[in-house]
Design a protein around this ligand. Structure first.
Ligand code: ATP
Length: 403
């Protein structure tokens, strides 16, 4: 009996302890499982980090790519590019790049040997568009332009009206000019007038100096012209003002040197751009020159610069208006007689009359006065005249020679 009790007691104890072992093993397993889970999370994080550092090392070790612009696609495998390091190159196209996406002007990355197009860079304006100055909303109106009433009327009809009311022209079936050419001596207000036109037509004003296109950006002129027009179309309504157009549109290009050919290419691109847009498009071109006599007649053909507007030195009335404009915010003594100053400034341009007003102001400041007196103006007129005489300009009546 006692034996039976003993053995069942042992069995009971054995069963109790094995339950205990199982429970403790289960909790150990659970602890290990949770450890595995946390290690596997850690593992994923570390793998990600490893991948990140591998990529970073790859980037740091990778040779730099070369930026280039496509000039011409010859065939499936060969493309002419202009590399940012200078020369024009004929390069291959990597199989990763779709050759159909390449056009003249597309910006691409070449491998570091400069032999293959590796990728197409996202479209953006050629950085060389810095050749132009852009004013979103010029702060000049027709009221700031003195003495050019007739010229204002002409540019108003030719540029402002078609930009603001194209339907008028559509209804009447008339084609407005695509561009106007302003010509006249330096400092007579051609740029000022063009900026006022942009303001009055709520258009972006884009100024380019033609001589810079061919001198400062050698070999880039034609491409820049294309970029500038593209920029203008993207930001239309826009006025492109080309100053010193004679630098690219002069008839005396004899094609003797590569420089001449470059000038010729730039002008042909300009003509192609102008021929390519519609007269009722909202991009207009205003060009300016001091040397109308030099211009190639090709640019004056209808459909290009079909209005030629002379901006001469101001007459008496013009000078008086310019004086009024530039003294609008000045405090003048009661003896100041603007009509007399207008007579004395005969032969001066608007820019020179403005210089007279500024000089007069300086005389007053130097003598500690708070207003400009007539004698300040008289001295200023003399000073500006002396400066002009030094540059080969006559005392009265305009230019005697252009050096
Ligand atoms: P350039 O041929 O040298 O480029 P421009 O004819 O374009 O000269 P502007 O640059 O317009 O001349 O003139 C220079 C400055 O002279 C103007 O910013 C303006 O302050 C003054 N000015 C010239 N003409 C006039 C004018 N008719 N009315 C008022 N200000 C004028």
């Amino acid at each position: 009996m006692s034996m039976t009790r003993n053995s069942s007691g042992r069995r009971g104890r054995a069963a109790g302890s094995s339950d205990h072992v199982i429970a403790s093993l289960e909790s150990e397993i659970e602890a290990l499982r949770s450890k595995v889970r946390s290690l596997s999370t850690q593992n994923t994080t570390l793998l990600k980090e490893l991948e990140y550092y591998r990529n970073e090392i790859k980037k740091l070790m990778a040779p730099p790519l070369i930026e280039a612009v496509v000039l011409e696609v010859i065939d499936e495998d060969r493309v002419v590019v202009k590399s940012s390091t200078g020369p024009n190159l004929i390069v291959n196209v990597s199989s990763r790049v779709d050759v159909r996406s390449l056009r003249p002007g597309t910006i691409v990355a070449l491998n570091n040997r400069g032999s293959t197009i590796m990728e197409v860079l996202p479209g953006r304006y050629d950085p060389l568009v810095k050749a132009m100055e852009v004013e979103e909303r010029p702060n000049v109106t027709f009221k700031d332009v003195g003495g050019l009433r007739e010229q204002i009327r002409e540019v108003y009809e030719a540029i402002v009206l078609p930009l603001k009311k194209p339907e008028l022209f559509r209804e009447l079936g008339i084609e407005p000019p695509k561009g106007v050419l302003l010509h006249g001596p330096p400092g007579t207000g051609k740029t000022l007038l063009a900026r006022a036109v942009a303001r009055e037509s709520d258009a972006v004003f884009i100024r380019v100096v033609a001589s810079e296109l061919v001198n400062k950006f050698i070999g880039e002129g034609a491409r820049l012209v294309r970029e500038i027009f593209r920029y203008a179309r993207d930001h239309a309504p826009a006025i492109i003002f080309i100053d010193e157009i004679d630098a690219i549109a002069s008839r005396r290009v004899d094609m003797g040197t590569s420089g001449d050919r470059e000038v010729q290419r730039t002008m042909l691109q300009l003509l192609a751009e102008m021929d390519g847009f519609d007269p009722l498009d909202n991009v207009k071109v205003i060009a300016a020159t001091n040397r109308l006599d030099l211009l190639d007649p090709a640019i004056l053909r209808p459909g290009r610069f079909d209005r030629i507007i002379e901006v001469p030195l101001p007459d008496f009335q013009g000078r008086l208006e310019i004086l009024r404009i530039h003294t609008r915010r000045s405090r003048l003594a009661s003896d100041v007689d603007l009509a007399r100053i207008a007579k004395l400034t005969d032969g001066m341009s608007g820019a020179e009359i403005k210089a007279v007003v500024t000089e007069a102001g300086f005389y007053a400041i130097r003598e500690g006065r708070r207003e400009i007196a007539m004698r300040d103006f008289l001295r200023a007129v003399e000073k500006v005249r002396r400066r002009l005489a030094g540059r080969g300009r006559q005392g009265h009546g305009g230019v005697v020679s252009t050096i």
